[in-house]
Design a protein around this ligand. Structure first.
Ligand code: FAS
Ligand code: PHB
Length: 389
């Protein structure tokens, strides 16, 4: 089989790229090792930058997003039970973020691709990428016991942090940077009325808590937990009791609790691989970088990568501009590093993980400055709504 582009991974980055390439008439195939149901069952991100919303619109997959997405004009920092609003629209000439689950984004992209008969192979095992440092790359995979080969011009590694694509790059050709945080996030999804109408990041002596949502009747909450904690250690009641103890009193009072639909623990890391292009292979999303979810950036960075990768692919395939592939890595990494910084900074500001009294006082002073200075509020706001592409 021959395709112009082989996309490894049917998460948001792979599906978005496949859809945009379909619309541009670029022949592509998406290879995914899991079943579609497995991919659609994942509960992950919940906040979309406008650049991500615009890309989903370009993909023609925004009907439900426009109807159900909740636009947020502020985010909130609650330190020691006092909540402070950071105006997003106020400090960014009207920009907002939209609350709409990654699960729904993935479903919407699957629906438009499936409706158009796009080529997606689920349960494609043993994916191997070959000769991407030459002019004739190809990918092999196994489906129902049969090995298939796809010759192509370009390979898009959209296969996440644990994927095969980055692992296939020779160690001499890649530099990685990583920071692993000494705590995790225990997340809970429930069909309860969200305790706040916008996202709240709470920092108390007991640890961090996050209040988010998927709709006005479905809440998404997180608490900081030990890095080696286990979901089975947390009954729903134990979660609700601890969560309530980390909220400002008026929110604790108003909190509606109910049975969990999903509970999971995610580790937190910052990670970047440089460069993001190796010959005819380009990496996007979590395959190339990971951010702690504090800044709500993982999915949004994956989307901006696809914005840049789309330009590079068309530049290379239609304009025969080989430099376009290098340009991809440079453009993507510029936004990746600035977003890594914000996610790292907000994680350190809002989490408790060392007992150094001086460090704690520095965080309190940082918060006091950021929330009482226009410059500080603007810095938070322009990063939270997403830096320009
Ligand atoms: P993904 O990991 O989503 O998709 C990669 C796809 O490639 C998967 O479907 C995988 O099955 C497939 N794949 C892997 N190896 C393969 C192989 N060898 N062959 C074929 N297919 C292969 N971000 C936020 O902004 N907020 C959050 O709250 C948040 N919570 C998260 C919780 C968890 C547990 C995780 C893991 C991530 C979370 N993220 C969050 C980050 C997340 O949203 C990612 O940034 C986003 O999924 C990135 O999308 P992709 O790059 O498409 O990678
Ligand atoms: C979510 O809604 O899942 C969410 C919101 C904000 C974050 C992380 C996750 O920073």
């Amino acid at each position: 089989m021959r395709k112009q582009v082989v996309i490894v991974g049917a998460g948001p980055s792979g599906l978005l790229l496949g859809r945009l390439l379909d619309l541009a008439g670029i022949d592509n195939i998406v290879l995914e090792r899991q079943t579609q149901d497995y991919v659609l069952a994942r509960i992950r991100a919940g906040i979309l930058e406008q650049t991500t919303v615009d890309l989903i619109h370009r993909a023609g997959a925004d009907t439900r997003l426009n109807a159900e997405g909740i636009r947020h004009h502020a985010m909130h920092l609650a330190f020691d039970y006092k909540s402070i609003a950071i105006g997003l629209s106020e400090h960014t000439n009207g920009k907002v973020v939209t609350a709409y689950g990654q699960t729904e984004v993935t479903r919407d992209l699957c629906d438009v691709r499936d409706a158009e008969g796009s080529a997606t192979v689920y349960e494609a095992s043993n994916v191997e990428i070959n000769d991407f440092d030459g002019d004739s790359p190809y990918v092999t995979y196994v489906k129902d016991g049969t090995t298939h080969r796809v010759d192509c011009d370009l390979i898009a590694g959209c296969d996440g942090y644990h994927g095969v694509c980055r692992q296939s790059v020779p160690l001499s050709a890649i530099t990685t940077y990583e920071k692993i945080y000494p705590f995790g996030w225990l997340g809970l999804l429930s069909d309860t009325k969200p305790v706040a109408k916008e996202v709240v990041y709470a920092n108390t002596a007991r640890g961090f808590a996050l209040c988010s949502m998927r709709s006005m009747t479905r809440s998404r909450y997180y608490i900081q937990c030990d890095v080696d904690d286990k979901v089975e250690n947390w009954s729903d009641d134990a979660f609700w009791d601890e969560f309530r103890l980390r909220l400002p009193p008026e929110m604790a009072e108003a909190l509606e609790t109910g049975p969990s639909i999903e509970k999971s623990i995610a580790p937190l890391r910052s990670f970047v691989a440089e460069p993001m292009r190796f010959g005819r292979l380009m990496l996007a999303g979590d395959a190339a970088h990971v951010v702690p979810p504090t800044g709500a950036k993982g999915l949004n960075l994956a989307a901006s990568d696809i914005h840049y990768m789309y330009d590079a692919i068309l530049g290379f395939l239609e304009d025969h501009d080989a430099a376009a592939l290098d340009e991809y890595s440079r453009r993507a990494l510029d936004r990746v590093w600035k977003t890594e910084r914000f996610s790292w900074w907000l994680t350190n500001l809002t989490h408790r993980f060392n007992d150094d009294p001086f460090e704690q006082r520095m965080k309190e002073a940082e918060l006091a400055y950021v929330t009482t200075s226009d410059a500080g509020r603007q810095m938070v706001a322009e990063n939270y709504v997403g830096l320009p592409l």
